[in-house]
Design a protein around this ligand. Structure first.
Ligand code: NZQ
Ligand code: ZN
Length: 410
């Protein structure tokens, strides 16, 4: 097991009705109570920047719940955050923070809203263009406290240090990160997921699974516990996504998916392992050029990537995935001692089942279906390598490899 640092600071309030704790959390974690303004004798009512997306929270009542909990605070709003959040909104939000003496940012939504809020919160203290902090995370200094109210199970942004931002002018979608981005608190109410459109439930699950795959398909370092956690998350997604699709208000299914999303990407799943991610860098290029739903892009790329990298060196890991997650050859206690041929059958079956699972969840499974042709494949492959070092991945990939994988997705 490799050495690791595991840093957690988010105060998670999980369960139905947890919005009632918002008032307490805002009082506890705003920049005055945290002492970010230096010694202050008398704490004034905090100024809140409320950040949200295109309006789903107004239809399902979460907006009203939040306003009620925040009564007494001065509230400014930054709304209309789009999926694959754009830098323009972040510039707008940073300006609002400065002009309104904001003490805390409350994000209500999914990864797009929470990621926006993180960079806005840093922008409150940054004099230049916030895009600088996306290009270079060393430019991130002080960050206003952020509270996340989660409405979709997908990214894990509610408890992690990442933010992913798009600049459509330059066709760049880039991640940046800082420990200071980690939300101070997260309200995770599974009933908030009941109103999700089926495709968002499915795409969110594909994202959770992809985060897990990125950390599971790694060189063996003897991190048995971490790898077993990964398998549990994958099994949870496979068990509960179909239930949530059939019965959108099934609390048990939503609750398990919600907690799976948080745990898949709060750094717990990489404790003791290491190496670069692969499918995410590729998908980020698809989104940068075509603004597609992140989880859909991942579902399309993942099984093709798996097939492409399956070889004599990786077959054991894929067979382990097939046996432990999909219960292929479940009659065996262990796959130890199986021949390469037998392992290969399990591995291929596991990859096929992964693809069929995404399809059964209603995700379009080719680039052609979502309107992407081969015209920019080489460009996207080149950019993947330009922005990411994949030499340290489970299987290192070149630009040519990525072009081939993307062509398999057409
Ligand atoms: O905008 P509204 O109207 O709220 O609708 C949203 C949006 O259209 C809708 N939605 C969310 N909750 C809902 C709901 N509709 C009905 N009921 C609800 N309860 O869902 C749509 C998608 O929202 P979005 O925030 O974009 O989803 P997601 O959480 O999947 O976030 C995706 C973004 O996060 C980035 C992705 O690249 C993408 O930009 N990522 C962030 C990561 C991180 N911070 O660690 C890591 C990920 O790998 C990922 O890259
Ligand atoms: Zn993701």
């Amino acid at each position: 097991m490799l050495d690791f640092n595991y840093y957690v600071r988010t105060d998670v309030r999980f369960g139905k009705g947890q919005i009632k704790s918002l008032k307490e959390l805002v009082a506890k974690y705003n920049r005055q109570s945290l002492g970010q303004l230096g010694e202050i004798k008398e704490v004034k009512t905090p100024n809140v920047l409320l950040v949200y997306g295109g309006g789903s929270i107004k239809k399902n009542g979460i907006y009203n719940d939040a306003l009620e909990a925040l009564s007494g605070c001065k509230i400014c709003e930054l709304n209309g955050i789009e999926p694959n959040p754009k830098i323009e909104k972040i510039r707008e939000g940073a300006k609002l923070c400065k002009e309104n003496d904001i003490d805390i940012v409350v994000a209500i939504g999914g990864g797009s809203v929470i990621d926006t809020s993180k960079v806005v919160a840093a922008g409150a203290y940054y004099d230049g263009d916030p895009w600088d902090m996306v290009l270079d995370s060393n430019k991130i200094g002080k960050v206003l406290p952020v509270i996340a109210i989660l409405t979709i199970a997908a990214t894990g942004s509610e408890c992690n240090k990442n933010a992913v931002v798009s600049n459509m002018e330059t066709n760049e979608k880039l991640g940046t990160s800082s420990k200071e981005f980690i939300p101070r608190a997260a309200i995770c109410d599974p009933t908030y997921l009941f109103s999700l459109p089926a495709i968002q439930t499915a795409a969110g699950t594909a994202d959770i699974m992809s985060h897990t795959f990125e950390q599971y398909f790694r060189k063996d370092t003897g991190a048995y516990l971490t790898q077993s956690f990964c398998e549990s998350i994958l099994k949870t997604c496979i068990k509960y996504c179909p239930v949530a699709l059939q019965e959108p208000d099934n609390y048990e299914a939503r609750a398990n998916l919600m907690w799976a999303s948080t745990t898949a990407l709060n750094s717990l799943m990489s404790c003791g392992t290491g190496g670069a991610w692969t499918c995410h860098p590729i998908e980020h290029e698809l989104s940068a050029y075509y603004d597609i739903t992140h989880g859909v892009g991942l579902a399309i790329v993942t099984p093709r990537w798996m097939r492409y990298i399956l070889n004599k060196d990786t077959v054991l890991k894929f067979a382990q995935y097939g046996h432990n997650v999909w219960n292929i050859r479940g009659e065996l206690d262990s796959i130890d001692g199986l021949s390469k041929g037998e392992l290969s059958i399990i591995a291929n079956e596991a990859i096929n089942r992964t693809e069929m699972f995404f399809k059964a969840c209603g995700i379009p499974m080719t680039l052609t279906e979502i309107g992407i042709d081969d015209s920019k494949i080489d460009l996207m492959a080149e950019d993947t390598i330009k922005y990411n070092d994949l030499s340290n991945a489970f299987v290192p990939l070149t630009k040519e490899d990525i072009s081939k994988i993307l062509r398999m997705c057409l």
